[in-house]
Design a protein around this ligand. Structure first.
Ligand code: SF4
Length: 342
């Protein structure tokens, strides 16, 4: 068990979420003369495993379409897995949502909340902030009505908004304030886990830092765990403790954020990192431009899926799948030649 020091003292960090060999395929159909027939599967998520500890932020990074959001949806049971398991505090999520009692499902829902990318479309424009924030109480029925107001004001205070904001509508707020409201809506249920799917990518750069600082403050105060999904590596470095790099549905590198940023061992991670702007005009950028497009997830390349774009690819990369190996300190990488980069 690992010790994590929080503002309020020391807590023991236990595993909160465990994702085991998760697979999610979507069927695709083609339309012919004799009707619709199955044309194959989109390999959206393939054999993905990771864990998230209490009060920890685990970031999933990678290009659009690499499977980050699908992984989040399966964790939240918004999509059923094709195979594999997700455990939340040791409880099998899919099993609970398939066969559990209503109260068990609601408890799981309360504990796992989602913040969407776009605060302009995730808040109902016809509802006041008060109505938006009490809606979870109406659904979950676990907070008596006489405490709703107090809980709403508490949540607004946690995201640095004022009680009078409760009577306003979403269009009366800026983008940053709307994302604060979205965070408040997630917080009213006191979740243990928040999945934040590109929470700052639609906001101005100046507002991004405020929202990230707010999320980190809330983690210190309330011990929340985050799964932070992003393609913005600067914000990932700021907020996450550990990171998993996804390419075409698979995790190709995973480890402590500082280890991965200091020494990326997978050529794909190296290319991603090289695109991060360096705030020093005297340092020459050495950006790695990958050739070609991301291959289709319907027919992913065999063995190492990155081989058609990898500058170091050799014959073995086209025929033998690289094992996911520990390069030390839990820094995992799937590349036949990672030792060359260590
Ligand atoms: Fe590149 Fe080969 Fe490593 Fe894949 S296994 S990342 S193709 S060097």
């Amino acid at each position: 068990m690992e010790r994590v020091i929080l503002a309020g003292g020391i807590i023991m960090a236990e595993t909160l979420v465990e994702v085991k060999q998760l697979v999610k395929y979507f069927e695709v159909y083609s339309r012919g003369i004799i009707g619709r027939k199955r044309a194959g599967f989109v390999h959206a998520v393939d054999n993905v495993s990771f864990y998230v500890k209490e009060a920890e932020t685990f970031a999933l990074v990678g290009e659009s379409g690499c499977g980050k959001t699908t992984t989040a949806k399966v964790i939240l049971n918004l999509e059923p897995p094709t195979s594999g398991e997700v455990y939340f505090k040791g409880i099998n999520v899919y099993e609970t949502f398939s066969n559990g009692k209503a109260e068990e499902k609601l408890k799981l829902r309360r504990n796992m909340q989602l913040i969407f990318q776009n605060p302009y479309s995730s808040l109902d424009p016809r509802m006041t902030v008060y109505d938006i924030l009490v809606e979870p109480f109406v659904i979950h029925k676990h907070i008596p009505r006489e405490r709703w107001k107090e809980k709403v004001y508490e949540a607004l205070d946690q995201v640095a908004l004022e009680p009078y904001h409760a009577e306003r509508y979403p269009h009366e707020f800026s983008g940053g304030q709307r994302q604060r409201i979205a965070i408040a809506r997630a917080l009213v249920l006191d979740p243990a886990l928040i999945i934040a799917d590109e929470p700052v990518s639609s906001l101005d750069v100046s507002i991004r830092a405020q929202i990230l600082n707010l999320m980190m403050d809330l983690q210190k105060k309330k011990g929340i765990s985050y799964i932070y999904i992003s393609h913005d590596l600067s914000s990932v470095r700021q907020i996450s403790h550990r990171i998993g790099v996804m390419y075409l549905g698979e995790i190709v590198e995973m480890g402590n954020t500082e280890d991965v940023y200091a020494k990326p061992l997978h050529p794909y991670t190296q290319a991603l990192m090289s695109a991060v702007p360096i705030p020093d005009p005297t340092t020459k950028s050495t950006r790695i431009i990958l050739p070609g497009e991301v291959p289709s997830p319907i027919n992913p390349p065999p063995a190492c899926r990155f081989h058609p774009r990898c500058p170091y690819a050799q014959e073995i990369c086209r025929t033998v799948k690289p094992p996911f190996e520990d390069a030390g300190n839990g820094h995992m990488v799937a590349c036949h030649f990672w030792r060359k980069f260590a």
